[in-house]
Ligand binder design. Structure first.
Ligand SMILES: Nc1ncnc2c1ncn2[C@@H]1O[C@H](COP(=O)(O)OP(=O)(O)OP(=O)(O)O)[C@@H](O)[C@H]1O
Length: 260
């Protein structure tokens, strides 16, 4: 790993109230521009790991460093500043269906604006322009003034990606961003994310359940099982069977593979 590392988990453990050990001794580093895909069974800790990157959750033990900040030690102001540099896309797109597509993208700037906003014109012109530019980038410039709930699922997720990109994040977190989409739309959204990552040098950490998409669009796969890293390897040269073995519930644990 070079000095261009933007995320570093050092022996991170997370135990929730009630005793669930969601992350167990997780150490991973992510380089700038890398597209890292998290794979693992439901409940293996993928969402919990993502939520530690922008401080939505804090480790019980170990250390999380993101963009040079020790996330566990950040206070409210520090966390808000970090979150302006880290975009998040979720499985459920979290758009406001009754608002236009463009206004939904504008809401991505709310963290930088004072006071509430009501209506598209309440956003500064520079924000509206930037939002339209992001929409064009995801291929939805023509739909800017449509209600968000008139779009297909794939289109809505592309709006959510545009919203996440509004603040020019350095890291994009995506928690099962294509789980609700049909295979074609899923491939489109993943290809879009990978393309933008490549063009902007954006670092992406994305959880997926679709191994084929992970192999097509990821640079590297980290496999989690019961909160532990059981596979950490570049996608190049990884077979589908090796990737699928993350999901086997029985048998020996896979040895973590060192990443150069
Ligand atoms: N806030 C919480 N309080 C208590 N337990 C939690 C909390 N969040 C997650 N867990 C538990 O931590 C473990 C890991 O959950 P997590 O959501 O990170 O898994 P996941 O791999 O993202 O699953 P999925 O693929 O279903 O989204 C699970 O056992 C889950 O029930």
């Amino acid at each position: 790993m070079t000095g261009d590392r933007v995320i570093a988990f050092d022996r991170v453990g997370k135990t929730f109230d009630g005793g669930v050990r969601a992350l167990d001794d997780v150490s991973i580093e992510v380089a700038r521009g890398e597209v890292l895909v998290l794979l693992g069974l439901s409940g293996s800790g993928k969402s919990t790991l993502l939520r530690h990157v922008d401080g939505l959750q804090r480790p019980t033990s170990g250390n999380v460093a993101v963009l040079g900040e020790d996330v566990g030690r950040l206070g409210g102001g520090g966390l808000r500043a970090l979150r302006r540099r880290v975009g998040f896309v979720f499985q459920q797109f979290h758009l406001v269906g009754s608002l236009t597509v463009l206004e939904n993208v504008c809401t991505g700037a709310l963290g930088t604006l004072r006071g509430p906003r009501l209506g598209l014109l309440s956003y500064p012109k520079r924000i509206r322009h930037a939002a339209l530019e992001r929409l064009e980038r995801v291929g939805l410039g023509d739909q800017a003034l449509q209600r968000a709930d008139t779009l297909s699922g794939g289109q809505q997720q592309r709006v959510a990606v545009a919203r996440a990109l509004l603040q020019k994040p350095e890291i994009l977190l995506a928690d099962e961003p294509v789980a609700s989409l049909d295979p074609d739309s899923a491939a489109q959204v993943m290809s879009l994310i990978a393309e933008i990552a490549e063009e902007d040098g954006l670092t992406v950490v994305c959880s997926l359940h679709q191994v084929d998409l992970a192999l097509s669009w990821g640079h590297r796969i980290v496999g989690l099982r019961s909160g532990r890293v059981v596979l950490d390897t570049p996608v190049h040269g990884l077979s589908r069977d090796e990737a699928m073995s993350i999901y086997s519930k029985v048998g020996t644990e896979l040895a973590p593979v060192a990443v150069s």
